[in-house]
Design a binder for this molecule. Sequence first.
Ligand code: C2E
Ligand code: MG
Ligand code: MG
Length: 386
Amino acid sequence: MERRGSHLGRVLVVDDDAAMRRLCSRILVHEGWHVATVNNGREAVAYLASEREQLDCVLSDIQMPELDGFALAAAVHADDADLPVLLMTGDPSLDGAVKAMDSGAVSYIAKPFDQEQLAAAVARAARRHGTARMRRRAESVHRGLFGETEDRDDLGRRLSAALAQVWMAWQPIVDVSTGAIFAYEALIRTEEPTLRRPDILIGAAERLGRIHDLGRTVRSAVAAAVASAPPDVLLFVNVHGLELTDEDLFTASGILSSHASRVVLEITERTGLDPAVGPARVAMLRKLGYRIAIDDLGAGYAALGALATIEPEIVKLDMSLIRGIEEHPTKRRVVGAIATLCRELGSRVVAEGVETLAERDAVIDAGVELIQGYLLARPARGFGAL
Ligand code: C2E
Ligand code: MG
Ligand code: MG
């Protein structure tokens, strides 16, 4: 049941519906994943017993006879807390979400989904929850345990090609109280076809220990773009946790340092921001003139504690909190409470991933003033107007 794609990694698809298994498999193989399929939770557990170390993500239906998706996720994480599980649900009720989040590295995709949504969700899940695991595997690969040296060389070549062809897409962050563009977020893009998705590209750099390379490439691209940005807007730049060990980021002669006063660095705890070292490093960045945003708050890894230790100028709410918020009283209360807390702490809040008018209205009602999402504009080359 194994099909060979290129070399992104391996996904186990679990669904009792044969048509759904075929659909998911087709999409993921096309993306470049190796895919294995099984018919139910029991078979998945059996598969995991021998192949767990090889997997980068488990994609599972929730409603299955005997062992459902939640029970499967719990079983997966009892043995391996880092293996990402992406659950497909036709009924994304918050009850289900809460129940599943309790069991660890779990994310969601709502049915029906299209090819792009599934591909993006798997890329996101595999990277977001799989960092620790990737590091472990990279070390094993290093020792030749899996005989993947050739894959590693190939990946290294593709990563170099990708970094040589990097450009930044810019997505506006809008102040709804004035209707003006407050800032643009820089999002990495490459022309290298096999590493097109940012989550995959960054995952590759993580695997190969080349996050500093990637970070410097991004900072060069941002520095080159500053001159063409509208004068009064801020530029948000994502910083990987492992970049916080790159001296270039901390010196006055660093690639981006001369533009620090215009730059907000987005930090997420997802990638192993060391809580003991993080605050000191962040203080150094502030000294250079950078402002700091906590990215992806509410996604599970950027904990509320970061508000106290880092005192960010900006807090970005993960889009999982925003999605369908108008139908979820609990999400509304959570977003409202965070907005109130942030006002008291002097941080401004951005709602990310706003796709619909209903979501926009609900986050505004909850007290959020800064909004980013496809509803307003997609990330694009250059600094587009609204
Ligand atoms: P992020 O920083 O949380 O960025 C937001 C992601 O949501 C972006 O995905 C953006 O294109 C997408 N997005 C924006 N609005 C919407 C919306 O309304 N609906 C949906 N479904 N998605 C929306 P992208 O560009 O694929 O980036 C994925 C992640 O990769 C980013 O998540 C960030 O963690 C990382 N990343 C992107 N660029 C860089 C970079 O230059 N450096 C580093 N270290 N990480 C980066
Ligand atoms: Mg970001
Ligand atoms: Mg984010």
